[in-house]
Design a protein around this ligand. Structure first.
Ligand SMILES: Cc1ncc(COP(=O)(O)O)c(C=O)c1O
Length: 224
């Protein structure tokens, strides 16, 4: 399949036609590097499939097709040697909505929802928006420029209180780019077992591994 990363795609003008948050939030001469929203065409297979669906002309209530849940099972088996079942899957409109649903499903109002920081900003809003208690622990800053951020397991443990019911985890981590090492995930799992709370692992960036030899390990596969 041919991918076109070279042809410029106009998303700025006329304002309104493309309704782009990226290009219309600030003045036109501001380079909108604040958001990870690319100006490439989607892959031809995606465009074709959407065009076929649009051509059908009727957009009633949809269903998650069995081919979709099966595709995720195959992907998981192929990339992670992890067998997952169609009935484990709950398809939602986005990952950020899923974080909110998880907080509401797994915790009671007033209970603690813990995040590590820095973090993709919507994580920080989940507790307040769902009427839960926002709890936060900082990662350890890089020891020197170019060094990685580190999981500070002591800081994470210090942030846990008897109210803590849920950790919103990001794996690989935005914004530090860390692909957590097995040893870090083992420390995390031990901590979670000691304190007995839920972990929701946002693995949206699992296919974006740039370091040679880096490997994604789904958290739920490692610690079922
Ligand atoms: C870690 C992380 N989770 C979720 C999202 C957004 O997910 P969605 O658009 O499916 O809500 C992003 C977008 O940058 C992200 O970096």
């Amino acid at each position: 399949m041919a991918f076109d990363f070279a042809t410029p795609v106009e998303r700025r003008a006329p304002e309104g036609n493309y309704a782009s948050q990226k290009w219309h939030r600030y003045a036109q001469d501001v380079l909108p590097l604040w958001v990870a929203d690319m100006d490439f065409h989607s892959p031809p297979a995606v465009i074709d499939a959407l065009q076929r669906r649009v051509a059908h002309g009727v957009y009633g209530y949809g269903e998650v097709p069995a081919t979709l849940t099966a595709a995720l099972c195959q992907w998981s088996a192929h990339h992670y040697a992890w067998t997952i079942e169609p009935e484990w899957q709950q398809w939602l409109p986005g990952v950020v909505p899923a974080l909110h649903f998880a907080a509401m499903a797994l915790t009671q109002p007033g209970e603690g929802v813990l995040t590590i920081a820095p973090i993709y900003p919507p994580f920080l809003a989940v507790a307040e928006r769902t009427g839960r208690l926002a709890q936060q622990a900082m990662l350890a800053e890089p020891a020197a420029p170019g060094e990685p951020w580190q999981l500070d397991i002591a800081a994470l443990e210090a942030a846990i209180t008897p109210q803590t019911r849920l950790l919103l985890w990001c794996h690989p981590h935005n914004p530090t780019g860390r692909v957590w090492m097995l040893s870090e995930l083992e420390q995390l799992a031990a901590l979670v077992e000691r304190h007995d709370f839920w972990v929701v692992s946002d693995e949206l960036h699992c296919d974006l591994l740039l370091d040679e030899g880096a490997r994604h390990r789904p958290l739920a596969a490692l610690f079922p």
